[in-house]
Design a protein around this ligand. Structure first.
Ligand code: SAM
Ligand code: F3S
Length: 441
């Protein structure tokens, strides 16, 4: 049958890695991708270890695939992603029917690893960090027209006390400036008009071109990309408040292609907790960034990440988080209960809050942000929004679908030749999952 099935958990970077795995295997082996796991003889799990539950999920999933392997011993099970980097061979000890363990930076070696596994019939493990070599093995980038993700860096040099990423993805590795620009120039030929720059910490991007003795930082990248005529919108995830300096803030003044929307993780509204988290900024600094941006772009909207119930978080600390949520009026968030992770500094802190209390606090945060999202939605009615037209509406002829800068979906009447263009649309109605609008230009 020669089919591969890939299951992906976690962030956008894992999604991008999975697409790379698929393309690398399809190009270099006889295996083709399938969406039906029952039809596959290679089962790949691309894992996430940011929170404990994601790790437990791995062993539950492996248990289910074990049953398939009992019926067909030729099935190969491969585990990759952050749990593989974190646990390595330990995964095999708990699930001895696993055949291959590969890391976030060894996905390009998978064709060889599969061949070796078939020849030698023994567990194959390679989770080394070998730089960003995987990009050299992959040219067919994922893009759902007219948008695409472009990885600019991976890994993290920060040491947030709660986070496993520095151990699972390794130290920051930046792609070459030239390589990134070249990739974007290639993909715009495929009708790509919106780019999302991807990395654990895009704002700390730094590349030294030794040959030309030139240094490039994140804003150099933004200015260069903004000059590519076909690119009409630029987004990025994720940036860190510590590196969000005036140079990046000023880019919002000079680059209209940067969207009026920013995801900037804050984690907590309490300076005491931020210090324990080793985030490297305080609330005053975070607010400064937001207010400087609002001065340049008064309509800018923000989303953030929150960790609830971090060890030592008192009622007062939690109330400080609620305070900042309402003050900044975040449009949306990713909020989770703190999860104790191996090899992290916070692992040693005494977790003194009951699960019941943590759940109560999380519910409160999510309820407040949900209400803020609804308020932001209501405020959209009657406004004129810049829409990137993405596709025709398959369910209603003569109607198009596009996205606002704040990622809201809008349906409106229009001709197909508008696809890929930025147009002005007046928002007329709010439906359950989308808005309705009328073209004004
Ligand atoms: N680089 C980003 C930043 O500046 O914070 C975040 C990357 S991290 C992989 C994504 C999010 O996962 C974090 O912002 C945090 O909210 C969440 N996260 C990480 N470790 C966590 C943990 N131990 N428990 C709960 N949430 C966690
Ligand atoms: Fe994790 Fe902090 Fe880096 S959240 S990815 S260690 S910036």
């Amino acid at each position: 049958m020669n089919k591969i099935y890939i299951k992906t958990w976690g962030c956008q970077m894992n999604e991008t890695d999975s697409f790379m795995i698929r393309k690398i295997l399809e190009t270099n082996t006889k295996y083709k991708h399938t969406n039906e796991y029952k039809k596959a003889n290679i089962l790949i799990l691309n894992t996430c270890s940011v929170r404990e539950k994601a790790q437990e999920k791995l062993f539950h999933q492996l248990g289910r695939w074990k049953k398939l392997k009992m019926l067909n011993s030729n099935i190969i099970i491969a585990v990759g992603g952050c749990v593989a980097n974190q646990e390595g061979e330990k995964i095999y000890k708990r699930a001895p029917y696993v055949d291959i363990i590969f890391g976030t930076q060894t996905i390009h070696l998978l064709p060889n690893m599969i061949e070796e596994r078939i020849k030698k019939n023994k567990i194959i493990v390679n989770i080394k960090f070998k730089g960003l070599k995987k990009f050299n093995y992959f040219s067919n980038k994922k893009h759902i027209n007219p948008k695409s993700y472009v990885t600019i860096m991976e890994g993290c040099n920060k040491k947030c006390s709660f986070c496993v990423v520095p151990t699972t993805r390794g130290k920051e590795i930046n792609r070459s400036f030239k390589e990134i620009i070249l990739e974007i120039k290639q993909i715009v030929k495929k009708k790509i008009h919106e780019i999302t720059l991807l990395g654990q910490n895009v704002s700390s991007y730094f590349y030294l071109d030794k040959k030309n003795k030139k240094k490039y930082n994140f804003t150099n990248l933004l200015y260069k990309i903004s000059k590519i005529k076909e690119i009409k919108r630029i987004r990025f995830i994720t940036s860190h408040p510590k590196d969000f300096n005036n140079e990046v803030i000023n880019a919002y003044k000079n680059i209209p292609k940067l969207v009026d929307f920013l995801h900037l993780p804050i984690q907590s509204g309490s300076n005491k907790i931020l210090k324990l988290m080793k985030r490297g900024y305080n609330i005053e600094r975070y607010k400064k960034i937001i207010y400087k941006l609002l001065k340049i772009r008064p309509n800018m909207q923000f989303s953030s990440d929150f960790i609830i119930g971090f060890p030592g978080e008192t009622k007062k600390d939690f109330n400080d988080t609620i305070k900042i949520i309402t003050e900044i009026n975040f449009d949306s968030s990713f909020s989770f209960i703190y999860s104790k992770r191996p090899n992290t500094i916070a692992n040693k802190l005494i977790d003194n809050i009951s699960l019941k209390e943590k759940k109560k606090r999380l519910y409160e945060v999510q309820k407040i942000i949900f209400n803020q999202t609804i308020q932001w939605n209501r405020r959209m009615i009657g406004t004129i929004q810049k829409i990137l037209v993405e596709e025709k509406n398959k369910n209603k002829t003569g109607t198009l679908i596009g996205k606002t800068e704040s990622n809201r979906t809008v349906h409106f009447k229009g001709f197909n030749d508008l696809i890929g263009k930025i147009i002005l649309v007046k928002i007329t109605k709010m439906k359950k999952k989308y808005f309705k609008g009328k073209i004004v230009s």
